[in-house]
Design a protein around this ligand. Structure first.
Ligand code: ADP
Ligand code: ADP
Length: 228
């Protein structure tokens, strides 16, 4: 039932002049089927936390486990969807973009990969655009392709970093409704980060409010951040 455990995770960045505490002793658990939303103002450490769950960054302190196993590197069990529209490969078609991770990880090949990709493109209502190139699509459609690509891998958890933040308000609202419908249909587990409280309330079944803490004020290197 418990899928992801984040235990006492502190993340620090060391730059030439500063020691920046991005998150301080954050703990939470994501259960199977959760729409778990982490919400908080810009700079409170949401992206950093999500990148740690993705395995792209290592916690300074604390640990993150998926199904009891410590996360040490990125993996196909944790697919990520980003805010940027340019996360798709521009020289590959929509279908090729979705089959790409399936093929490169060796999860599926040939017709099986295409069938799987089409199955998820249908779920996001983009089957008709399978042979289009990303640049031919609107921003909302590109994000739907990115979601289909993540879901097609059937990961344990889908990590979403403000995927609708760059969309206009109307498209964003439509995308939220579509995502909720998808969840109803497929019951996949998602960890979603956003700075928007209305978005968190609309999408989440459980919500973690992350607030900036004093140590986030840039500390001179070799000094201990305040509040710690
Ligand atoms: P959020 O996603 O909530 O906006 P971030 O995780 O992007 O927050 O950033 C948290 C803090 O860490 C901020 O103070 C930010 O400036 C800092 N930070 C993020 N990435 C880096 C980095 N690569 N190097 C140094 N500081 C960083
Ligand atoms: P959404 O993608 O969420 O449906 P958009 O505002 O991105 O909303 O697009 C509105 C509609 O216009 C889309 O549903 C789609 O059918 C159509 N559309 C957008 N871009 C294109 C395109 N390049 N080719 C064909 N139809 C498009």
């Amino acid at each position: 039932q418990r899928l992801l455990d984040v235990r006492g995770v502190t993340m620090r960045y060391k730059t030439q002049a500063h020691l920046i505490t991005a998150t301080y002793r954050v703990s939470f658990s994501v259960l199977q089927g959760d729409r778990f939303v982490v919400v908080g103002p810009s700079g409170c450490g949401k992206s950093t936390l999500l990148k740690a769950v993705g395995g792209y960054l290592t916690p300074t302190e604390g640990e993150i486990t998926l199904k009891g196993e410590r996360i040490t590197k990125p993996g196909p069990d944790r697919m990520m969807v980003f805010q940027e529209f340019d996360q798709l490969l521009p020289w590959k078609t929509v279908l090729e973009n979705v089959t790409f991770p399936l093929k490169t990880t060796g999860a599926l090949s040939g017709k099986a990969a295409i069938d799987r990709a089409m199955q998820y493109l249908e779920k996001v209502k983009l089957a008709d655009f399978a042979h289009s190139y990303p640049h031919m699509l609107s921003g909302g459609m590109k994000q739907r392709v990115a979601i289909a690509r993540g879901m097609a891998m059937e990961p344990d958890i889908l990590l979403m970093d403000e995927p609708f933040a760059a969309l206009d308000a109307l498209t964003r609202s439509r995308m939220q409704d579509e995502l909720l419908a998808l969840w109803d249909e497929t019951r996949f587990t998602v960890l979603f980060v956003t700075h928007s409280i209305p978005e968190a309330i609309k999408l989440g079944n459980r919500i973690l409010l992350l607030s900036p803490h004093p140590g986030q004020v840039k500390a001179e290197i070799n000094s201990v951040p305040r509040g710690q």
